[in-house]
Design a binder for this molecule. Structure first.
Ligand code: CP
Ligand code: NVA
Length: 302
């Protein structure tokens, strides 16, 4: 049997996405009602981190505990990877110990190398290009909040980064109409747009955030400077002017909920009052990382 990985969200077919979201809802209810759901008893997840994390680290570790399993934190500088041990050797070694590996790395090619050499499932916990686990939680949150995906529209405002790219593909998989607004030069990759097209997605791109959010159901943003881009911060602050999700922008989307994958930089991509407002569903999104990833892991490992 071939080993399944989640390197990006379109590694899942629409029906598989549906199965995982249903399972996530089931786990969420089970946890809320204190019901036993130890489906991964005795199983271990290795977690490689080349970049910092709050949500990804804690939700995966806690999720494994709740499923009756265990997670091992492997900071890149704490394992031999940080001293130059090749990724392919790391992948083959870890495969002999653990049942699955979640990895947060810089270059997307690196998660592909891990998958190529691993005999256990590899889960992308964020690369420079993609963040599929975030998308799973985003879709779970939108489905809960909007009562399904039928007729739902969403707008992305800001950088065409890893979170935006996986969300664009995920929206296509789920059947959400999406408008992505970015400053010129910060668009999502052409290759991602082609994948959205292949999935029959309804994606519009623009450089006008007002046009993007007009009458939409969901407005989603993320930081202007992602991890690893710190040197570009000053230039980005200038180039993203006008792309802040704030009251002025949200006036054009009177019924919209506001999403952010977190961590947020208040006063940059989002204003403090919007993130603290009733419109904000950012902490439901953060919570749903836990439920969605438990569902993903148990689906990958069954
Ligand atoms: N959204 C997200 O992945 O957060 P962390 O960087 O805290 O894991
Ligand atoms: N785009 C952000 C997401 C963090 C979860 C980053 O890569 O830093």
């Amino acid at each position: 049997m071939t080993t399944r990985h989640l390197l990006d969200i379109d590694d899942l077919a629409p029906s598989e996405l549906e199965t995982i979201l249903e399972r996530a809802e089931r786990y969420k209810r089970a946890q809320q009602q204190g019901e036993d759901h130890e489906d991964l008893s005795g199983q271990t997840l290795g977690m490689i981190f080349q970049k910092p994390s709050t949500r990804t680290r804690v939700s995966f570790e806690t999720g494994m505990t709740q499923l009756g399993g265990h997670a091992v934190f492997l900071g890149a500088d704490d394992i031999q990877l940080g001293r130059g041990e090749p990724l392919k050797d790391t992948a083959r070694t870890l495969s002999r110990y653990v049942d699955a590996v979640m990895a947060r790395v810089f270059k997307h090619e690196n998660i592909e190398v891990l998958a190529e050499y691993s005999s256990v499932p590899i889960v992308n916990g964020l690369t420079d290009d993609a963040h599929p686990c975030q998308t799973l939680a985003d879709l779970l949150t939108i489905r809960e909040q909007q009562g399904g995906f039928e007729g739902v529209s969403a707008a992305w405002v800001g950088d065409g980064n890893n979170v935006a790219q996986s969300f664009a593909i995920g929206a296509a998989l789920a059947g959400i109409d999406l408008t992505v607004s970015t400053p010129e030069g910060y668009e999502i990759d052409e290759e991602v747009i082609n994948r959205v097209d292949d999935l029959g997605g309804n994606l519009t791109t623009t450089t006008d955030p007002v046009e993007a959010v007009a009458d939409t159901d969901v407005v989603y943003t993320d930081v202007w400077t992602s991890m690893g881009q710190e040197d570009e911060r000053d230039v980005r602050m200038d180039n993203f002017e006008g792309f802040q999700v704030n009251n002025d922008l949200i006036e054009h989307a009177p019924g919209a909920s506001v999403m952010h994958c977190l961590p947020a930089h208040r006063g940059e991509e989002i204003s403090d009052d919007i993130i603290e407002s009733d419109r904000s569903i950012v902490f439901d999104q953060a919570e749903n990382r836990l439920h969605a990833q438990k569902a993903l892991l148990s689906w990958l490992l069954e």
